[in-house]
Design a protein around this ligand. Sequence first.
Ligand SMILES: NC(=O)c1ccc[n+]([C@@H]2O[C@H](COP(=O)([O-])OP(=O)(O)OC[C@H]3O[C@@H](n4cnc5c(N)ncnc54)[C@H](OP(=O)(O)O)[C@@H]3O)[C@@H](O)[C@H]2O)c1
Length: 249
Amino acid sequence: MPLFGLIGYPLGHSYSADLFNDRFRKECKTDFSYRLFPLKTVSEFTKLLKDQPELCGLNVTIPYKESILPFLDHMEETARRIGAVNTIVIRRGSHDLKTVGYNTDAGGFLRSLPVDIPWSGALILGSGGAAKAVAYALQQKNIRYLFVSRTHTSECFLPYENITKEILHNHSLIVNATPVGMSPDTEGIPPLPWELLTPDHFLYDLVYNPPETRFMHAGRLQGCRVMNGEKMLQEQAGLAWDLFMDPFH
Ligand SMILES: NC(=O)c1ccc[n+]([C@@H]2O[C@H](COP(=O)([O-])OP(=O)(O)OC[C@H]3O[C@@H](n4cnc5c(N)ncnc54)[C@H](OP(=O)(O)O)[C@@H]3O)[C@@H](O)[C@H]2O)c1
């Protein structure tokens, strides 16, 4: 009875269990199941592996995409370069097990990005696991980017209050890679100088619950094109599915 799941905390916002369990049903994999495993601390991961001997793979979400790294036996090259993991494959032998970390967020983001837009550059809001995966994906497309952060201060991290008209003119893609606006705190909105946004801007929110965040709504009021994280969710889950199913072919 192969078991898969999602670790993170809290997990009320996640659609992953529905997504995987629907696909198991569609593909007649009736023995397979996917469950949510909310872990209050990342160190509970080791106990989870012991308590769930049928666990073959996990997805990782906020806030553990980076803090999970020391608990893994191996990291695939893309995940190592990004420095964040959102998919773990668990290989069990008769006496031991090995965990391998992957990152499908970068590939999922790339596949979801509209191809018809000549981006002048990108602002990535946040500096966590998803922000790093987005940065890696943009590098593959030769799109230059800056992180916008509340906490980091260095050349490639810009404080929100330093976003000027000129910076916005040179960065037409703005990606929200923070949990701001995500259910249940749907009133949250990143502190951008909203009046300076124009119809040339494309606002991409990695948040998919709710389907329209305040970030997207405020962008639409300025005439911007907007998109939520639903397509990326589907794409990254598809890539994780391929990794999970590999041993079962
Ligand atoms: N659609 C998808 O497939 C998909 C995939 C991955 C992630 N996501 C979503 O992306 C979001 C970020 O996920 P993550 O795993 O990267 O989380 P994370 O590792 O915890 O990082 C979130 C980052 O957001 C910033 N942040 C946190 N709280 C904030 C606040 N109150 N105000 C402003 N900034 C704040 C922080 O950056 P600073 O301290 O530098 O400001 C933090 O590093 C989540 O909502 C997640 O659900 C969606």
